[in-house]
Design a protein around this ligand. Structure first.
Ligand SMILES: [Mg+2]
Length: 360
């Protein structure tokens, strides 16, 4: 198709002390453009805001951008080819970690670009819609204080959201929050692997009365599937994990390890929308619920929404719920919610809006 050749790939770092964002803008020679986003690395207490994302940004700039620039990108099949090109070109770096994260950012931008070019929402390009709406849960930050947790949870409930995930590992605090929120609120707990195996088992037993929808990443290290499987065997609630797998193969290994009841893939870590379709396939084959991990209000959240609508196994979506009404630096507003659910996207591409969407 004339004008469908990729002419530039640019990264944009939106610095923020706790929630930086790394956007990727891809443009074709006719001016058509797409915006993606990828993982920001990790919070480094002693680093300047924005610097933890630099290794990923540099990898995109110096290795991946030259691989895709000059190549055609007019249809989903082109994205598959470009993904394969990037995958082959990066073998000697090791495919997981910074490489798969960097590839994810370009992949999301390519899907946005092709969706806009074809005038169709990305979800339509992934496959037929499997849902009318998908419930969201408010994913609170680490707070360590029951009053602050209840205040933030109440704001989410006031916005019509019916489920709240705590990032806490203090059992009495969690039980106190459950008591104050009442039994009608769906409650999840993400320990972010703060426990060793013994501590995780003690916490799981003590949290039985909290009636949790799931207990997430109870044990450290997150990547020890055998330890997680031992916790799951004795825990009285469903166990969820998956955000720290950086490939479809890793997610499949986790799913096959008897360690989880719920898979939580992070689309901007394991390679983007292109490989997400393979995650949908194996999860459906295994009858495994897929509740995507997401800690962004930006193209990354939108990618999960578009993927979610084409995937029967996706039955919850994670919305970061920053304390005291905090926002993400890209300025994207919360998606519109109906009865605590997101509705099927209708805008072409990913539908990214906000100040940073005006780039290029
Ligand atoms: Mg988590």
């Amino acid at each position: 198709m004339p004008g469908s050749t990729i002419s530039s790939v640019e990264v944009e770092i939106l610095a923020d002390r706790f929630n930086p964002q790394l956007l990727v803008h891809v443009q074709c020679d006719d001016g058509t453009s797409g915006t993606g986003e990828t993982w920001w690395g990790t919070y480094q207490p002693h680093a300047l805001p924005g610097t933890p994302v630099l290794p990923i940004a540099v990898f995109i700039d110096s290795v991946l951008a030259p691989v895709v620039t000059g190549e055609p990108c007019a249809a989903p099949d082109d994205i598959e080819s470009l993904w394969t090109r990037m995958h082959r070109a990066t073998l000697q770096y090791g495919h997981e970690g910074i490489v798969s994260t960097a590839m994810s950012g370009i992949d999301l931008a390519l899907w946005d670009l092709v969706g806009k070019r074809l005038g169709r929402p990305v979800t339509d390009l992934i496959g037929p819609s499997k849902h009318d709406r998908i419930p969201v849960y408010a994913s609170l930050t680490w707070l360590g204080d029951a009053n602050r947790v209840c205040d933030d949870a109440q704001r989410a409930l006031d916005a019509g959201i019916r489920a709240v995930k705590l990032h806490e590992a203090d059992v009495p605090l969690i039980l106190e929050v459950r008591r104050r929120l009442g039994p009608a609120v769906s409650l999840m707990v993400d320990a972010s692997a703060r426990f060793d195996e013994e501590g995780a088992l003690r916490a799981a037993a003590a949290l039985a009365e909290a009636d949790l929808v799931w207990f997430e990443e109870p044990v450290s290290p997150q990547t020890d599937h055998a330890a997680l499987a031992r916790v799951r065997e004795r825990a009285p609630m469903p166990i969820a994990a998956g955000e720290n797998e950086f490939s479809v193969a890793g997610l499949e290994r986790l799913a096959a390890s008897n360690a989880i009841d719920i898979l939580q893939p992070e689309i901007v870590k394991f390679g983007g929308i292109t490989p997400a379709r393979r995650v949908s396939e194996f999860a459906e084959r295994l009858g495994l619920p897929v509740y995507p991990h997401n800690y962004s209000l930006g193209p990354s959240l939108l990618a999960n929404i578009h993927w979610g609508f084409s995937t029967p196994a996706v039955r919850w979506l994670e919305i970061p719920w920053l304390s005291e009404g905090g926002t993400f630096p890209c300025g994207m507003p919360m998606p519109e919610l109906v009865d605590g659910c997101v509705t099927r996207p209708s805008a072409a591409g990913l539908g990214f809006t906000g100040p940073a969407a005006q780039h290029s």
